[in-house]
Design a binder for this molecule. Structure first.
Ligand code: GLN
Length: 482
C-alpha cells in the first residue's frame, strides 16, 4: 500500500499502524536481496504508540507508514554502520533531524538498509556486509550507494525510504530499481544525524513509488534546522504542486549527456519522455552544458578530500572499532584499526583525498576543482535563465550485472550524469520511464527499469514534483513503474 493510503486509513482508524508495520517487518524478514542490515526491535511498540496518538485525536501525515532508512542515518538506540566494519558495533545515541520529523509525522522505522561503505560507490557492491541484489533481477546491481533503501521500496517492503545523495546515490539506485528518487536542493534537508561522506555535497532525500508519496516525504523532511549550519530557511507546499501543469514550460535537453556512451534503451527513454512532455504542452529544446564533462573530475577532487577529513575521526580510540591487537604505540593502534576497519574503496578515497589536499598538490588539484565547481554553478545559473528544467539520463545504462565493473574508473563513470548536480547544489529527480527489453532495446511495457533525470534551478524543488506528477498522470501507471 502507498504511504498516502496507509496514512489515510490509519488516521480514519480503518486500519492500524501495528498491522501495517507488522506486514512490512514480515516482508523485511523474508527478503532475499540483502536489503536490511538491521531491523528495529521496537518497531511494533512504536507502531502501537502511533495508533494511540491517532486515537487521542492527532492527525498524522505519515500515520503508521513503515519506512526504511539508509544505515548512515542515525536513530537513537539503533545501529548505524554506514556499511563499514569500522562502525560494526556502533549504536547511535541520538536521532537525526530528518528522521525525527518523519517519526513526529507518524512513520515507523522498520530497519536500516544496506549501502556502499560510507556512501562510496555506485552499485551497492562496496558494503562490508555484502552486496545488495536488485529485486527486479537478482543477477544485477540495484545501484548505489543507497542500494538497500531503493531496493526496499522497489521490492514493495516499504512504500517510502530515505537515502543520501552526494553524487547520485539516490537517483542512480532509483533508476536501476524502478522507483522515484529525489535529491532536494542542498540545505533543504538537515544533515544533522547523517554520517558524513562529503559535507558540502551530502543531501538526504526520499524514495517513493508515486508522486503523492514523494510530496508527503518532502513536505515532512524539508525544514530549517538550527543544528545544521548549512540548513536553509525556506518552505514549500509540495502537496499543493501535485496538481500543477507544465504547459508552456521550456525543458532543456542536455546535448552532452546524449552521446554514444549511452545504451539504446536510455536514449529511447529520453526520446519517449521528450514526446510526452511535448504532448503536455512543454517545449523541449537542446541545451549545451559543456561543464558536464568537467563534473566527474571536479567531483572526485572535492568529494575525496572532504571524505579524508570526515573519516579522520574513525581512529579506534573513541567510538569506532579498535583492532584486537593493541601492541605498539597509539599511532600503530590507530593505523591498525583503520587498516582493518575500512574497505578497499574507502582507503582509495582517503588516499586520493589526502593527496589532493597535500602541500604542493593542493593548488593543482583541490583548489582547481573548487574553481571548476564555481564555473559549473555559474553555467547552470546562466542556462536556467532560459529554461525551467533540464532533462538528461540518470545513468548511461540500465542496471548492470553484479561484478561487471571491477575497476574503479568504470564504476566512477556510472555517475557521469549525476555528480554535477551536487557540485552546484541543485535539486534533481530520477523518474522511472520505461524499460530495457532482453534485446537491449527500449520497451514501454517490460524489462529492466530505465530512469530519466530532471534538474531544476536552486530552491525550485517543487518543479520536480510537478514534473513527476504530470508525467505520472499522462502515462499508463504500468509504463512508469511496475
Ligand atoms: N558514486 C558516487 C561516489 O561514490 C556518489 C555516491 C553518493 O552519492 N554517495 O562518490
Amino acid at each position: 500500500m502507498k504511504a498516502s493510503q496507509t496514512a489515510t486509513r490509519v488516521n480514519a482508524q480503518k486500519a492500524s499502524a501495528l498491522e501495517a508495520v507488522k506486514t512490512a517487518l514480515e516482508g523485511a524478514k523474508a527478503d532475499q536481496h540483502n536489503i536490511f542490515l538491521s531491523l528495529n526491535p521496537l518497531a511494533l511498540e512504536q507502531a502501537a504508540r502511533v495508533d494511540a496518538r491517532v486515537k487521542s485525536g492527532e492527525h498524522l501525515p505519515l500515520a503508521g507508514v513503515p519506512i526504511a532508512l539508509k544505515d548512515n542515518l542515525c536513530v537513537a538506540g539503533l545501529p548505524a554502520t554506514a556499511g563499514s566494519r569500522i562502525l560494526e558495533d556502533y549504536v547511535s545515541p541520538y536521532t537525526g533531524s530528518a528522521v525525527q520529523r518523519l517519526l513526529d509525522a507518524g512513520a515507523v522505522v522498520i530497519g536500516k538498509t544496506n549501502l556502499d561503505e560510507f556512501g562510496m560507490g555506485s552499485s551497492g557492491e562496496n558494503s562490508a556486509f555484502g552486496a545488495t541484489l536488485n529485486p527486479r533481477d537478482p543477477t544485477r546491481v540495484p545501484g548505489g550507494s543507497s542500494s538497500g533503501s531503493a531496493a526496499s521500496v522497489a521490492a514493495g517492503i516499504v512504500p517510502v525510504a530515505l537515502g543520501t545523495d552526494t553524487g547520485g546515490s539516490i537517483r542512480l539506485p532509483a533508476a536501476f530499481t524502478g522507483c522515484i528518487g529525489m535529491k532536494p536542493t542542498y540545505g533543504r534537508v538537515s544533515r544533522y544525524g547523517v554520517i558524513a561522506y562529503a559535507s558540502s555535497l551530502d543531501q538526504v532525500g526520499p524514495f517513493a513509488l508515486d508522486s503523492a508519496d514523494l510530496a508527503i516525504m518532502l513536505q515532512t523532511i524539508c525544514a530549517h534546522d538550527p543544528r545544521d549550519a548549512t540548513s536553509l530557511e525556506t518552505a514549500t507546499d509540495f502537496t499543493a504542486v501535485l496538481e500543477g501543469s507544465i504547459k508552456g514550460w521550456r525543458i532543456g535537453l542536455v546535448s552532452e549527456a546524449m552521446g554514444a556512451g549511452n545504451s539504446a534503451s536510455v536514449i529511447g527513454a529520453i526520446e519517449s519522455a521528450r514526446a510526452t512532455l511535448e504532448t503536455l504542452g512543454a517545449s523541449v529544446v537542446d541545451i549545451s552544458l559543456p561543464s558536464l564533462e568537467a563534473g566527474l573530475a571536479a567531483y572526485y577532487l572535492i568529494a575525496t578530500p572532504e571524505a579524508s577529513s570526515n573519516l579522520a575521526r574513525y581512529d579506534g580510540m573513541r567510538f569506532s572499532k579498535r583492532s584486537s591487537d593493541v601492541s605498539g604505540d597509539i599511532n600503530e593502534v590507530m593505523s591498525r584499526s583503520r587498516g582493518e576497519g575500512f574497505g578497499a574503496e574507502v582507503k582509495r578515497r582517503i588516499l586520493m583525498g589526502t593527496y589532493a589536499l597535500s602541500s604542493g598538490y593542493y593548488d593543482a588539484y583541490y583548489s582547481k576543482a573548487l574553481r571548476a565547481r564555481a564555473l559549473i554553478a555559474a553555467e547552470f545559473a546562466r542556462i536556467f535563465e532560459g529554461v525551467d528544467a533540464l532533462l538528461l539520463p540518470t545513468a548511461p545504462s540500465a542496471a548492470f550485472k553484479l561484478g561487471a565493473k571491477a575497476d574503479a574508473l568504470s564504476m566512477y563513470l556510472t555517475d557521469v550524469d549525476t555528480v554535477t548536480v551536487n557540485l552546484a547544489g541543485l535539486p534533481a529527480i530520477s523518474l522511472p520511464f520505461g524499460f530495457e527489453d532482453e534485446t537491449g532495446a527500449y520497451s514501454s511495457s517490460a524489462g529492466l527499469p530505465i530512469g530519466v533525470q530532471f534538474i531544476a534551478p536552486l530552491l525550485e524543488d517543487a518543479r520536480l514534483v510537478t514534473l513527476s506528477a504530470t508525467l505520472e498522470r499522462a502515462t499508463d501507471a504500468a509504463f512508469l513503474r511496475v
